[in-house]
Design a protein around this ligand. Structure first.
Ligand code: CP
Ligand code: NVA
Length: 301
């Protein structure tokens, strides 16, 4: 069987995604007791910081019977310029899967091309597919599913927004993105998925949130953009998800944020701590859905 990677949401078909969520929910309920990673090792390469991704992958691997290795780019030769294609082939001789968080998406594609074991994208500048799987699972749990639902994205057209666009393209729900001019999502990715789902880009957050069932935002300056913080604070003025904005959403709407959050910037304290917030269920779901991904990609003998 050829190895499979998970670099982007469309690496799974709609039916495979539905099966993945069912498996994740079985794992979450405690009904699933298999150890598909027994005797297997996941390498976790990080060139950026992480709390959720690192801990959920490490704990998830352990719960499935396997072992996880934390590989900081500061400590491995990759950080001193060893080519990614050499790292890929060497690690493939030791490990059973690689999770990587880094800057350039092309580095993850290169790693996957040269590795003979599954590669999982734990965030690049372009995509954050594991997070969107957790967000979709949270929507499924709290709203019963995404068919006929409207997801609103308020903020930067960044890695999170891109993975939402991919998810809408595969699953077919309506996605409304509100971002300031100059912070639009990638036009090619957008056009490709607009042919598959109702995805719109608007400038006024109110137009995105009105009647929406899930309201989602993220920091204004992502990892690697720290020096743009002041400029972005100006550009994103008016893009804070506050109680007035949430009032426009569907009365049963939930608020999502991948975390870490900057209270008082992209979201107010009252929204993130309020009754519509599901951010900690969302963070927990990283564990369950990534276990389902690992069992699917790495679980066969
Ligand atoms: N949401 C998320 O990916 O969090 P970490 O950066 O803590 O991994
Ligand atoms: N867009 C954010 C997500 C962090 C989980 C970043 O890339 O820093």
């Amino acid at each position: 069987m050829p190895k499979r990677d998970f670099l982007a949401i469309p690496d799974f078909s709609k039916s495979e995604l539905i099966a993945l969520f069912d498996l994740a929910l079985r794992m979450k309920s405690g009904a699933y007791r298999d150890k598909p990673l027994a005797g297997k090792t996941l390498g976790m390469i990080f060139t950026k910081s992480s709390t959720r991704t690192r801990v959920s992958f490490e704990v998830g691997t352990f719960q499935l019977g396997g072992h996880a290795l934390f590989l900081s780019s500061r400590d491995i030769q990759l950080g001193r310029g060893e080519p990614i294609k050499d790292t890929a082939r060497v690690l493939s001789r030791y490990l059973d899967g690689i999770m990587i968080r880094t800057f350039a998406h092309s580095d993850v594609e290169d790693l996957a091309r040269y590795a003979t074991i599954p590669v999982i994208n734990g965030l690049t500048d372009f995509l954050h597919p594991c997070q969107i799987l957790a967000d979709l699972l949270t929507i499924k749990e709290h709203l019963g599913g995404w068919d006929g639902k409207v997801v609103a994205w308020v903020g930067d057209g960044n890695n999170m927004a891109h993975s939402w666009i991919n998810a809408a393209g595969v699953l077919g729900f309506e996605l409304r993105i509100a971002c300031p001019e100059g912070y639009d999502p990638d036009p090619l990715l957008l056009k490709h998925n607009q042919a598959r789902a109702n995805i719109t880009v608007v400038r006024d957050p109110k137009d995105a949130v009105r009647g929406a069932h899930a309201v989602n935002t993220d920091v204004w300056a992502s990892m690697g953009q720290e020096e743009e913080q002041a400029k972005r604070e100006q550009a994103f003025a008016g893009f804070c998800v506050d109680d007035a904005l949430m009032q426009l959403a569907d009365p049963s709407a939930i608020f999502l944020h991948c975390l870490p959050a900057h209270r008082g910037e992209e979201v107010t304290e009252s929204v993130i701590e309020g009754p519509q917030s599901r951010v900690f269920d969302e963070a927990e779901n990283r564990l369950h859905v990534q276990k389902a991904v690992m069992a699917t990609l790495m679980g066969h003998s």
